[in-house]
Design a protein around this ligand. Structure first.
Ligand SMILES: *[C@@H]1O[C@H](CO)[C@@H](O)[C@H](O)[C@H]1NC(C)=O
Ligand SMILES: *[C@@H]1O[C@H](CO)[C@@H](O)[C@H](O)[C@H]1NC(C)=O
Ligand SMILES: *[C@@H]1O[C@H](CO)[C@@H](O)[C@H](O)[C@H]1NC(C)=O
Ligand SMILES: *[C@@H]1O[C@H](CO)[C@@H](O)[C@H](O)[C@H]1NC(C)=O
Ligand SMILES: *[C@@H]1O[C@H](CO)[C@@H](O)[C@H](O)[C@H]1NC(C)=O
Ligand SMILES: *[C@@H]1O[C@H](CO)[C@@H](O)[C@H](O)[C@H]1NC(C)=O
Ligand SMILES: *[C@@H]1O[C@H](CO)[C@@H](O)[C@H](O)[C@H]1NC(C)=O
Length: 511
């Protein structure tokens, strides 16, 4: 069936030049977009892209932290296979010389170019965005990103601070611009001037709405209305302490620091929560307008366009902020895939999918190389394989309204590490370094349930110990889509818990 399904695409692409690929990564963007039904969002340009794309509504990151999630997406391997749960190792030097998504395209006739944040900068991409392996030329980084943490946010008394909330006047910024404006200009310049024979694989990574929420102040104009507070903005009573992320990065910024929020469980005042949501939405509208401007330069008849994010972001849900957890708010991401000739209208896909699926999907869509094999269990050998699966069969089945043939996964998986069972500042429970990791929270999500076990984990051998448990969570999405009621102590649900526990241990290969 699969081969038949692709014949249309194969013919199309073998006669003409292969399609270009544009991959847009938006840092820390949860599905707070109009097309996902968020009433406070203003995202007309991404919404417009969705009208001619596959829109995935149940997509999950493998870990809610930038570097592990990005390396996972770009190699199609899970954090456990990359041994990367923090920012401080590079897979080629630590586990294996694994081929990346852009590298495969580069090695098979594409010109690959990176702009902005695609790989996480620093050690986890060897300080080079995995050059020279992944990219045909030098990756572009905006100059003004060096002011990322600068005190440039205006306060009410006219001084400047390092805030969470940071609308700015662009001309008054150091360098007279903002990083994402520079990245947009670089991307447009590339698209206008690229005359190569080869099709391109262009990856553009925008930094916002990652903290600080620094964006041109005029985008607040779209967000003057009343902001809805999350109805579940308190720490759930049955949440194990190990599951809690104390959102230190938010608490440590000047505007929030002065609120003296107690560690680890102190709450955010409602009016500040509202302003964070408002400013997150405004920062997202800013990126949306840059995406619109970028797409104006792209021939969507001959370009596969993928827009996604590395993980979600909690905006007060469960009394938490940021990523750093296994909840849906932290792991769920937007995913929009425009395929010329295949998605002429919006096609909604509700099946469960994972970011590790993108690599094999793009290989299938372009036929740039033979379909990727699934990585063997010991993982020691193959430099080219996948720990996901191609989404093309479910895309085609959805496009043809043959949902019975869509197949797909019964479950998806995420994980998050902790240094200890109780939140700590040192080591940082939100972002523990490998040598401080003693617990791993493994999480499985089915259409109905999320089940998480926080268990002992040896950071030297990378072995989990399922017999030593620090906390368990079970949420039933049928009655509790916001994941507020941990049902793990309900004896009448022991058969569910037992079944989820077994599936969690078996893992993604059996889902
Ligand atoms: C890693 O792979 C790249 C190409 O995929 C190759 O050029 C390089 O020599 C390999 N390095 C090692 C240490 O095998
Ligand atoms: C990573 O960078 C270091 C320092 O530049 C270099 O010696 C090393 O070969 C790089 N690793 C790989 C796999 O290219
Ligand atoms: C926070 O603590 C400082 C020093 O203890 C105090 O001066 C300030 O008034 C407190 N602010 C609030 C909002 O409680
Ligand atoms: C929240 O309200 C307090 C007083 O209740 C006020 O001092 C503070 O400026 C407000 N914060 C925001 C972000 O609106
Ligand atoms: C793209 O294809 C559509 C439908 O085939 C056509 O109407 C449109 O003019 C094409 N656009 C470009 C830029 O080629
Ligand atoms: C790992 O898998 C490969 C291929 O399946 C096999 O050849 C190799 O012997 C295995 N290694 C171990 C240590 O099991
Ligand atoms: C992890 O495993 C190694 C090797 O078996 C062992 O030496 C070490 O003590 C273990 N660490 C912990 C924290 O249990």
């Amino acid at each position: 069936m699969f081969a038949l399904v692709l014949i249309g695409l194969l013919v199309r692409y073998s006669v003409a030049l292969k399609p270009n690929v544009l991959m847009v990564m938006i840092d820390d963007l949860r599905p707070a977009l109009g097309l996902y039904g968020d009433p406070d969002a203003y995202s007309p340009n991404i919404d417009k892209l969705a009208t001619k794309s596959f829109v995935f509504t149940n997509v999950f990151a493998q870990q809610a932290l930038c570097a592990p999630s990005r390396n996972s997406l770009l190699t199609s391997r899970r954090p456990d296979s990359l041994h990367l749960y923090d920012f401080y190792s590079y897979w080629r030097d630590s586990v294996g010389n694994f081929t990346t998504l852009p590298q495969l395209f580069k090695d098979h006739g594409y010109y690959t170019h990176s702009i902005g944040k695609i790989f996480h900068p620093g050690i986890s991409s060897n300080y080079t965005d995995d050059s020279p392996y992944s990219w045909s030329d030098k990756p572009f980084h905006p100059q003004t990103e060096k002011y990322k943490e600068a005190k440039v946010c205006v306060t009410s008394d006219g001084t400047f601070a390092r805030n969470v909330i940071c609308p700015v006047i662009v001309d008054a910024q150091p360098g007279g611009t903002l990083p994402d404006l520079e990245s947009l200009a670089a991307a447009k310049k590339f698209l206008k001037s690229y005359k190569g024979e080869k099709p391109y694989f262009l990856a553009v990574g925008f930094h916002k709405p990652h903290l600080p929420l620094k964006f041109p102040v005029e985008y607040l104009d779209y967000h003057q209305g009343e902001v809805e507070l999350p109805v579940n903005r308190w720490r759930p009573p049955l949440l194990p302490t190990v599951a809690w992320n104390p959102w230190l990065d938010v608490k440590n910024r000047d505007d929030i620091k002065k609120l003296n929020i107690s560690f680890p469980f102190g709450g955010m005042p409602d009016n500040v929560t509202k302003e964070i949501i408002r400013n997150y939405n405004a920062a997202t509208s800013y990126i949306d307008s840059l995406v619109g401007s970028l797409l104006d330069e792209v021939d969507s008849n001959n370009t596969i366009i993928v827009l996604t994010s590395d993980h979600g972001w909690s905006r007060g849900e469960h009394g938490e902020f940021s990523k750093f957890s296994n909840f849906d708010v932290a792991t769920r991401v937007p995913l929009i895939v425009h395929v010329p000739g295949l998605s002429n209208a919006e096609i909604r896909i509700t099946q469960l999918v994972e970011l590790v699926d993108l690599f094999p999907t793009l290989v299938d869509l372009t036929q740039v190389a033979p379909a990727l094999e699934v990585c063997t269990k010991n993982g020691s050998n193959s430099i080219l394989c996948t720990e996901g699966q191609s989404l093309v069969p479910i895309m085609v089945a959805n496009a043809r309204n043959q949902l019975n043939k869509a197949g797909g996964k019964r479950a998806v998986f995420s994980q998050y590490p902790r240094p200890g069972a109780f939140p700590s500042v040192t080591p940082d429970s939100d972002r523990p370094r490998l040598e401080d990791i003693n617990i791993m929270g493994y999480s499985i999500r089915t259409t109905r349930y999320r089940y998480t076990e926080w268990i002992k984990f040896n950071h030297t051998t990378f072995m989990p110990d399922w017999s030593k448990v620090y906390g368990k969570e079970l949420y039933d999405h049928l009655i509790d889509p916001l994941e507020n009621m941990n049902l793990v102590t309900r004896s009448e649900l022991s058969y569910v818990i037992d079944s989820m526990h077994k599936q969690l241990i078996l893992g993604w290969r059996f889902a």
